[in-house]
Design a protein around this ligand. Structure first.
Ligand code: ZN
Length: 247
């Protein structure tokens, strides 16, 4: 089975469309989404509707989804994120809010080899930034491959018998991480809609559980159009400028 893995779409329709053009239907079997469909970007309804039309195998909620649909309060958010999520809450249709409210918390199991979560397998709102965070998370995984998001930083943490290493994406459009027997993997595809690793291109992944590997992929999208949509919506301008820096 080939899975298209998307996370942290953040209401960036331009980025999502570029990803779906780079990974057209027929090049994967099912879609898996790790949360944060909305928040920050200008197209929350369009992105939720585009996601629903993909008929994903699993969609779990992110912290922005929870606040945008009223399941959680924005108290933990910084001022910019709070302003954006309150705008998102006002902008989302009742039907799309209902959809976000229906999303389950991670972690969830996908088949017998894969687990998905938004933040970490131990806690949906926790961040896995470095090897120390990954070491704790590996103790909580239930499957050899655990997919996560939340940090907006693409990375594959690999735990072998003797050591834990972090593999970062290589230059170019595709980095292949091959699954070795007796190893555990914690993989973040990176963010579709608001990358933060200094590369403004939209990030996503294709996991092939028969071939035994995951491709970390990047694709260019019209950043200027997404920025203009953010300014036109009256969202904080920094949410537009950061897209060009990929930070
Ligand atoms: Zn996010």
């Amino acid at each position: 089975m080939r899975y298209l893995v998307l996370t942290d779409l953040h209401a960036n329709l331009h980025a999502l469309e570029a990803v779906l053009a780079a990974a057209p239907a027929g090049t994967y079997d099912r879609v898996v989404i790790l949360g944060d469909l909305v928040g920050y970007g200008a197209a929350p309804n369009e992105v939720v509707e585009r996601v629903r039309a993909l008929d994903p195998l699993v969609v779990i909620r992110g912290n922005h989804d929870k606040v945008a649909c009223g399941v959680d309060s924005p108290d933990e958010f910084n001022a910019i994120a709070r302003q954006a999520v309150l705008w998102t809450h006002r902008t989302l249709t009742a039907g799309n809010q209902e959809y976000l409210r229906s999303l389950p918390a991670g972690p969830r199991l996908v088949g017998d080899r894969i687990e998905v979560c938004h933040g970490s397998p131990a806690d949906e709102d926790e961040y896995i930034f470095d090897g120390a965070d990954a070491a704790i998370a590996f103790d909580a995984v239930a499957r050899p491959v655990c997919l996560f998001g939340h940090t907006h930083l693409p990375v594959a943490f690999v735990r072998g018998r003797r050591r834990l290493e972090a593999r970062l994406p290589e230059e170019g459009d595709i980095t292949l991480v091959t699954f070795e027997p007796d190893h555990l993997y914690l993989v973040n595809p990176g963010s579709v809609g608001q990358p933060r690793d200094g590369d403004p291109r939209a990030a996503f992944a294709i996991l092939d559980d028969e071939a035994g590997g995951i491709e970390l992929r990047r694709v260019v999208y019209p950043v200027d159009a997404a920025q203009q949509a953010i300014r036109d919506a009256g969202l904080p301008p920094v949410l537009a400028t950061r897209l060009a820096a990929g930070r």
